[in-house]
Design a protein around this ligand. Structure first.
Ligand SMILES: Nc1ccn([C@@H]2O[C@H](COP(=O)(O)OP(=O)(O)OP(=O)(O)O)[C@@H](O)[C@H]2O)c(=O)n1
Ligand SMILES: Nc1nc2c(ncn2[C@@H]2O[C@H](COP(=O)(O)OP(=O)(O)O)[C@@H](O)[C@H]2O)c(=O)[nH]1
Length: 226
């Protein structure tokens, strides 16, 4: 990969951001930075940001913008020599504006998934808390029920993935995300994908990234034809 590539993936909880990000990381070699996973690492390590964030996450609330940007921007600074895909950040307009002033994005992928599909998926989502590995009891079940494939440790379900918390959480997501989506649409970098299945969205995401990510190979080809 010659030029660096910067992408963001947006979508409500359960829309497949993590699932698609993992594929993008393994196929296109981008570094996948999940703000949720990074927050959890900070909580485990008892960092200043982790301690501040913990109380909000436990309440099911969003971590304040200044805490999120103070956490994420220095992390991105460490990745200036890599191409990356950000998942979970920015979440609010203030976070998107802070990210704007730190770097130029090439592509924003926005996942638009029907509410009923999201509810159904999250009901079946199980997580390995230490690594952030995500399973779905129907779509990608673990090899042995209830335990992580790699470590054999038990899987858990997030409290806020349970049906009672879900509808309010999804509604809140929509309100907060709309201005972020509008901002990226106005910049001309928004690519929206709508379907009920990740496997049907994936070919479109993959061909978008193949066209946008400048590879050495593509550069070499261009050089010989000009
Ligand atoms: N920019 C962000 C990202 C995350 N969080 C907090 O971190 C938690 C976990 O984030 P994540 O792993 O992204 O999970 P969800 O928000 O539950 O979303 P998803 O289901 O899409 O993974 C969120 O609930 C929220 O409290 C936040 O406040 N601001
Ligand atoms: N049935 C089904 N489940 C999916 C599909 N895509 C992802 N999932 C599962 O749905 C849940 C939410 O996906 P995830 O990638 O964590 O979404 P995120 O919250 O946007 O990061 C996980 O349990 C995934 O394994 C799909 O196309 N069909």
């Amino acid at each position: 990969m010659s030029k660096l590539f910067r992408a963001v993936i947006l979508g409500p909880p359960g829309s497949g951001k993590g699932t698609i990000s993992e594929r993008v990381a393994s196929i296109f070699g981008l570094q996948h930075l999940s703000s949720g996973d990074f927050l959890r690492q900070n909580i485990t390590a008892n960092t200043e940001a982790g301690i501040l964030a913990k109380a909000y996450i436990e309440k099911g609330a969003l971590v304040p913008d200044h805490v999120m940007t103070r956490l994420m921007l220095p992390r991105l600074e460490e990745m200036t020599r890599h191409s990356w895909l950000l998942d979970g950040f920015p979440r609010t307009l203030a976070q998107a504006e802070a990210l704007n002033s730190a770097c130029d994005l090439d592509v924003v992928i926005s996942l638009n998934i029907p509410l009923e599909t999201l509810k159904e998926r999250l009901r079946h989502r199980w997580i390995h808390p230490a690594s952030g590995r995500v399973y779905n009891m129907c779509f990608n079940p673990p090899r042995v029920q209830g335990v992580d494939d790699i470590t054999g440790e038990p899987l858990i379900q997030h409290e806020d993935d349970k049906p009672e918390a879900l509808v309010a959480r999804l509604r809140h997501y929509k309100d907060v995300a709309k201005p972020v989506i509008d901002l990226y649409r106005a910049k001309g970098i928004l690519h929206m994908f709508s379907d009920t299945e990740t496997d049907r969205i994936w070919p479109y995401v993959s061909s978008l990234l193949s066209a946008k990510i400048p590879t050495d190979h593509a550069d070499a080809q261009r050089a010989t034809t000009h």
